[in-house]
Design a protein around this ligand. Structure first.
Ligand SMILES: O=C(O)C(=O)C[C@]1(C(=O)O)C=C[C@@H](O)C=C1
Length: 368
């Protein structure tokens, strides 16, 4: 063997030894961190008693933000935060495992969002509908729920907004997920024999131009979820599903065409709903629901308050109110936390002008 080659082998062995030593240190440190979390749980139980909140969204957001700020690479900020996300998830599970309901079935983007936000140590349970997620959280059989709220291509998910009208739940977080859609086929399906494409209506819309270009004559059949679409094509020879990676893996389908969404920055925003308010994390958002008396200039009167207090409104949606024809409810997101004096003053003024107002929650801006 050439001298140079031998040298390379020795280097590899040395490098691996170094990796082994680093892994050992990491392992020791991870267990030290886990012990710390166990002690945090004891302190919380001793000081807060029965209603102890083990999961602390504001603290997790601060930890992740700091990790990203001080990161020097070569691992990217997102990769580093993702690793620490899992470390915190495992530490929280030692304190008390957290139960999370999401809009199922298994394999949906909402499941992916739940895992991105809570990590893989959370117990995630699929629900058949958005209302069911709300109900499970309200009933206390789970700690939190994850529901989709808006897609960058398709707009708002009105079912989720409507569910807030009848609910006393609080928003405690948000997750934004880049959505990549794929055309998925069963093992024996021939791509040139496809007569039907199944997917959720919103995913069919996100890929409309791609389908027009590649499968113009094919029937598009909306399904309750992408995962359901993937499950259906497993046993069919002449059909395809549009869904994401999780559904492809879960049902063993092959990706015939990848990333077929019409807009490359296609993303969906999800909300975390719970029964508790969340303290300020330093970079927060507040969501409100307001209904105005049906009179000229009503919307202007509302917007004027935001403008005067220099509060940045990041979203406004309107939905027909259930209390009468042609009355509208506005869903508004703004930056800031309801504990901040500036936001408190603004909320008090809005409350005077609105026929009804409900603060849906203040929560950390999405980190990951
Ligand atoms: O700081 C806390 O309150 C903890 O419980 C520790 C910890 C962590 O692992 O850093 C774990 C769970 C909480 O959601 C937040 C942070």
């Amino acid at each position: 063997m050439a001298q140079q080659e031998l040298g390379q082998w020795r280097d590899l062995a040395q490098l691996r030894e170094e990796i082994d030593q680093l892994d050992q240190q990491l392992q020791t440190l991870l267990n030290q961190r886990a012990q710390c979390a166990q002690q945090v749980a004891q302190v919380k139980t001793a000081t807060e008693g029965e209603d102890t909140q083990f999961y602390r969204p504001e603290r997790e957001a601060q930890v992740l933000r700091r990790i990203m700020e001080r990161n020097t690479g070569p691992l990217s900020n997102e990769e580093m935060a993702r690793l620490f996300r899992e470390v915190m998830s495992a530490c929280l599970a030692l304190e008390r495992p957290i139960k999370v309901a999401y809009l199922g079935p298994e394999g949906t983007f909402t499941q992916q969002a739940a895992l991105k936000h809570f990590g893989h140590s959370a117990i995630c349970l699929p629900m058949a509908a958005i209302d069911e997620v709300f109900r499970e959280v309200e009933a206390g059989s789970v700690d939190y729920g994850v529901v989709p709220i808006e897609n960058s291509t398709e707009g708002v998910i009105s079912h989720t907004l409507d569910s807030f009208m009848d609910s006393g739940l609080q928003i405690s977080g948000e997750v934004v997920l880049r959505i990549h859609q794929h055309l998925l086929l069963g093992e024996n399906t021939r791509p040139d024999k496809i007569s039907t494409i199944y997917s959720h209506a919103s995913s069919l819309a996100q890929c409309r131009k791609w389908i027009d270009a590649h499968y113009p004559g094919v029937e598009r059949v909306p399904m309750p979820s992408n995962a359901e679409a993937a499950r259906k094509v497993c046993g069919e020879w002449h059909s395809a599903a549009i869904a994401g990676d999780m559904a492809a893996q879960l049902y063993g389908l092959k990706k015939h065409a990848e990333n077929i969404e019409d807009t490359p920055d296609n993303a969906t925003r999800f909300l975390i709903i719970g029964r508790h308010t969340t303290p300020a994390s330093g970079e927060d958002k507040t969501s409100l629901m307001l209904s105005m008396r049906n009179q000229p200039g009503a919307l202007y009167q509302l917007l004027e308050v935001f403008n005067r207090h220099q509060v940045d409104m990041t979203r406004i949606e309107s939905r027909p109110s259930r209390s009468g024809a042609w009355n509208y409810v506005f869903f508004i997101d703004c930056t800031g936390h309801q504990q901040e004096p500036r936001i408190q003053t603004m909320l008090a003024e809005l409350g005077e002008r609105a026929a009804e107002m409900k603060v849906l929650g203040s929560y950390p801006k999405g980190v990951l």
